[in-house]
Ligand binder design. Sequence first.
Ligand code: HEC
Ligand code: HEC
Ligand code: HEC
Length: 471
Amino acid sequence: MINLNFIATPARLLGWLPGAILSVALATVPGLAQAQTPAQTPAQTPASAEQIKRGAYLATAADCAACHTVPKTGKPFAGGYGIDSPLGTIYSSNITPSKNGGIGSYTEAQFERALRDGVRADGAHLYPAMPYTSYAKLSDDDVQALYAYFMQGVPAVDGAAPKTALPFPFNLRFTMAGWNLLFLDHSRFKPEPAQSVAWNRGAYLVGALEHCSACHTPRNAFMAEQGGNPLAGGQLGAWYAPNLTSDPVSGLGGWSQAEMVQYLRSGQLAGRAQAAGPMAEAVQDSLQYLTDDDLNAIATYLKTVPAIHLAHETQAPYTFGAAANDEVLLRGTSPVSDSNIPLNPAELFSANCASCHQAKGLGTPDQYYPSLAHNTALGHANPSNLVAVILHGVDRTVDGHAVFMPGFGADSLVNPLSDEEIAAVSNYTLQRFGNPAVRVSAADVAQARNGGPPPLLARVSAWLRRIAHFL
Ligand code: HEC
Ligand code: HEC
Ligand code: HEC
């Protein structure tokens, strides 16, 4: 299992609510038996190499591996990745074509139902940690190509993934049916005839395949995407997926198409933004492999997403800050390692950050170590990404090149910092290089360490469990 307090997963906190009824026992038996009768044996007609290749590209664009492959050690798509939701750990399924633990017995219709409706072959409901609310919009052609790839292009790996065992009431998968009734839109993607081919392709990639909205749209109390605020920015545990609408202050209105493409392809736009945490994973596992046409299509579409302005934001996040240098003030003071002296934020910065981001905070000339001034992580009114990056660091490999910043959380290999120290260095960097109106408290840091602000659903779950105790 992956401990998300320390590693961000892409799927982190994808919204969802309790699920289905008759649990595994009732569900598994008839469904599987049926699926194995000869008439329904899947993948009898060999798909063309062309279709399997297209399916492989779609699986990359949809980032199926992000959740279904255990990073670094796991066999492709063998599942078992523990997605730590606020309600407990959900394990992704083995989606290789093995008939022993995988989806080898799935017919195309059953595969389609899992992808678009969130229902397993045995009839049990999936938790929306599997982004079927986005995949519901996939085209028939794309579902077919994905099926061809998963049945005929992926090596089978035997063995089922660990079973997910959430506490009551979330173990009741049938309750997901009610959630789906409220929050699952079954309609497929509908092209806008008035818009260009590129725009429509972009809308499809953003809304269905790449499921950007799963992270970038805020969630309601039931952990479903807020329909009225598409792409207006969402909290993902300790991280914040910023506003992607065309608003020039809160969103991407000030980004050119080329700048968006550059960021999405590499996770880095010098002098503006870097991708860490869940966005680093989206870039590393999926976006870097998209064609130029597809990346441009995404940018074309994003340029037109209706602006949503966040009331408290007055200035674009990458316009704050300038070089600052307090090293001269530090001369003659005791070294920061002397734990008897009170916290000196400038010293904390000098000792822990300046070696890479440089004393003036402007980074190295090549921007491998980026400038902190004009950096969105320090400019958004929501400082989550600053705190999260200090706790967890950056680890992203694109095109064979690794980008690495060590974390300063409890497991730090360099120097674990306390909540007070992280708050102090955050406020120092915000004052010097970022949005000076934003403050971080030690309590904020403690909350980020524990996975960020719990959604309402997770908060009521403890209460529901107490009630269950008396039943
Ligand atoms: C954000 C994480 C995530 C992504 C991305 C994702 N999945 Fe899943 N998927 C899951 C989880 C978690 C489960 C198990 C959910 C449960 O047990 O309720 C699951 C379950 C499934 C199942 C049901 C299998 C079974 O019998 O248990 C299928 C089929 C599936 N995924 C296919 C896909 C495909 C194909 C893609 C890419 C197009 C994909 N998934 C992308 C998280 C993800
Ligand atoms: C798994 C969650 C997730 C997915 C999927 C995702 N993002 Fe992000 N995105 C984030 C997070 C978190 C950040 C903040 C990263 C940071 O600052 O280190 C981010 C940052 C960004 C930024 C930079 C914004 C800024 O102000 O710095 C852009 C642009 C962006 N994402 C676009 C997209 C697009 C387009 C897609 C779909 C193609 C997408 N993202 C998919 C989570 C996600
Ligand atoms: C060993 C070098 C190193 C040290 C030390 C270091 N950083 Fe970083 N930092 C990096 C690298 C590399 C990146 C990512 C660059 C990229 O993504 O292209 C980064 C990125 C960042 C970002 C942008 C993250 C985002 O998600 O947008 C912030 C903010 C930041 N660092 C702050 C700090 C602070 C504050 C400290 C001290 C507590 C610190 N760094 C220490 C190397 C370092």
